[in-house]
Design a protein around this ligand. Structure first.
Ligand code: NYM
Length: 212
């Protein structure tokens, strides 16, 4: 007899303004899942290791200037180039934990006011929709005091306030707000609790497309 195909993995996205602890928490979540016998991989956007990612990196560190539309589309393209890997990993039964996703793409680009929210959503529409979005919520003044804040483009309080507002406009019932002012361990535990809940409740049917 042929073994049943594995139940697909969960697509878990971690979002938040700059310096809210997303990378630390995403990595801890991967460790937690792998440590409890559930396969999970870590991904992050921008993925600065690809040719498109290198260009994004040099834009963020102010090495090159690009039109607002161009950098927006590069961030989207940088996600689409990982689309096959996301799909194949989920199909294999492993979960994918992603540090930033299309919500960052829209929230940051639309904060420029040269670009509208609707226009920004277009280039990411159809990417797999996450099973849950864990939003690390931290007062922006507090984030601004964290290490290396201000070293890259966008790391400025007024800008972050517009980013935050855009994030709130993108929320739906798959979003969970996490109080990121708590200790690393406390944040970790509330994220684990959310993920356990999602994994228990979700039917993990076919992956719907984002913004379709
Ligand atoms: N960013 C990130 C965007 O403007 N658009 C996107 O699509 C993504 C994924 O890049 N300030 C911004 C948010 C951050 C910066 O992110 C780099 P990180 O998480 O610091 O590597």
């Amino acid at each position: 007899s042929v073994a049943a195909p594995p139940r697909r993995g969960a697509l878990i996205v971690i979002e938040g303004c700059d310096r809210t602890g997303k990378t630390t928490q995403a990595m801890k979540l991967v460790e937690y899942l792998n440590g409890s016998d559930r396969k999970a991989i870590f991904m992050r956007f921008p993925d600065r290791t690809t040719p498109i990612g290198c260009l994004i990196d040099s834009y963020l560190s102010r090495g090159v200037n690009l039109e607002d539309q161009v950098i927006h589309l590069l961030f989207s393209a940088n996600r689409w180039e990982s689309h096959p890997k996301i799909i194949s990993t989920l199909k294999s039964g492993a979960s994918v934990i992603i540090d930033r996703y299309a919500f960052s793409g829209v929230a940051f680009s639309a904060a420029k006011e040269s670009l509208g929210l609707q226009w920004c959503k277009g280039s990411d529409a159809g990417l797999p929709k996450p099973d849950v979005v864990l939003f690390l919520d931290l007062p922006l003044e507090q984030a601004a005091t964290r290490g290396e804040y201000g070293s890259e483009r966008y790391e400025e309080l007024k800008f972050q306030q517009r980013v935050y507002k855009n994030y709130m406009a993108l929320r739906d019932d798959t979003w969970k707000m996490i109080d990121a002012s708590k200790s690393i361990e406390e944040v970790q535990r509330s994220m684990e609790a959310e993920v356990e809940r999602v994994m228990k409740e979700s039917k993990f049917g076919p992956l719907p497309g984002l913004w379709w």
